[in-house]
Design a protein around this ligand. Structure first.
Ligand code: GUN
Length: 294
């Protein structure tokens, strides 16, 4: 059996091309491009890299993306004030505050301050609630990008057993909801799950998002399963690895995402898609294609 590599880098390039055309159409229609404010607080090196990649992708497709960089000791009140002015700014359709925030700042107060219509991360309680009940809304970028990666590779979801490893608000929980909305039978596992391997070995689709480097080895995987790796960490010798031990799982899986070049680029492509969606919503343009959230 040959294993398909789910190449997120390649697919994201295709999506960027599609988005570039869409943005050109929107500029013709409304006289302005969609705008995304990516807010970086502090100098965490990983966050700086993620933010640089997000802003570069915006530039590539023609999305207006002003740099908003704040010092690590910015007072909470000033950060909230900046969010308020972005909420009012008519040239801005999406606001993303890169996480984690430096210690001392309240993430929740900041995230909940973002206008839900501009919440391109899909983290605002209103959008989380809408996703839960299946209303069309902005949904978190990483799990939404994974759904696109599965769909564009022709992987069927309906009726499949899916196991999600990790229960974070950014990936695990929304991933479970999106898979359920597409008629998968979903199990969510986490650090306290008993008999983890027993659970994963039943899965047709495994999404590994525990943040534990190389934890998922071949003996976790049913032959022919689809394996999605959300993890990304650097080993002592500087190599990037995921939560999945790629070398051992590759021969067992029917399809697998590489790290890097799998899920990561899909997260960015989805962020741009969410920004275009937020623009369309704010400008009264029908959303297409619709996404199925429940
Ligand atoms: N940090 C790691 N992942 C994310 C994400 O999806 N959104 C934001 N805002 N910060 C992150």
């Amino acid at each position: 059996m040959s294993t398909v590599i789910l190449n997120g880098r390649e697919l994201s390039q295709t999506l960027f091309e599609e988005q570039k055309k869409k943005v050109e159409d929107l500029v013709r229609l409304k006289g302005r491009p969609p705008g995304l404010a990516v807010v970086l607080v502090g100098q965490d090196p990983a966050s700086e890299t993620y933010v640089r990649n997000k802003r570069a992708a915006c530039k590539k497709v023609g999305i207006h993306a002003p740099d908003i960089n704040l010092p690590p000791d910015v007072p909470q009140a000033e950060l909230v004030h900046r969010i308020d002015s972005l909420n009012r700014d008519p040239s801005i359709d999406g606001i993303l505050v890169q996480l984690p925030l430096p210690s001392g700042l309240s993430k929740d107060e900041v995230l909940y301050r973002i206008d839900p219509d501009k919440d391109v991360d899909g983290f605002h309680p209103l959008n989380v609630g809408k996703m839960l009940i299946g209303l069309e809304t902005l949904t978190p970028c990483t799990p939404t990008g994974i759904m696109t990666l599965l769909d564009r590779n022709g992987i069927r979801i309906s009726g499949k057993n899916a196991v999600v490893l990790g229960r974070s608000l950014i990936v695990g929980k929304p991933m479970a909801l999106l898979l359920m909305a597409r008629d998968a039978t979903v199990t969510v596992c986490h650090s306290r799950t008993a008999n983890l391997q027993e659970e994963t070995r039943r899965a047709d689709i495994v999404v590994a998002a525990m943040g534990k480097p190389l934890m998922v080895t071949a003996d976790f995987i049913k032959p022919g399963a689809v394996v999605i790796d959300v993890g990304i960490s650097r080993t002592a010798d500087g190599k990037l690895v995921g939560d999945v031990d790629y070398a051992s799982v590759f021969p067992v899986a029917s399809a697998i995402t590489p790290v890097p070049g799998g899920v990561g680029p899909m997260t960015i492509a989805t962020l741009l898609d969410n920004t275009i969606r937020a623009f369309c919503f704010r400008e009264g343009i029908p959303l297409q294609p619709a996404r199925k959230n429940a």
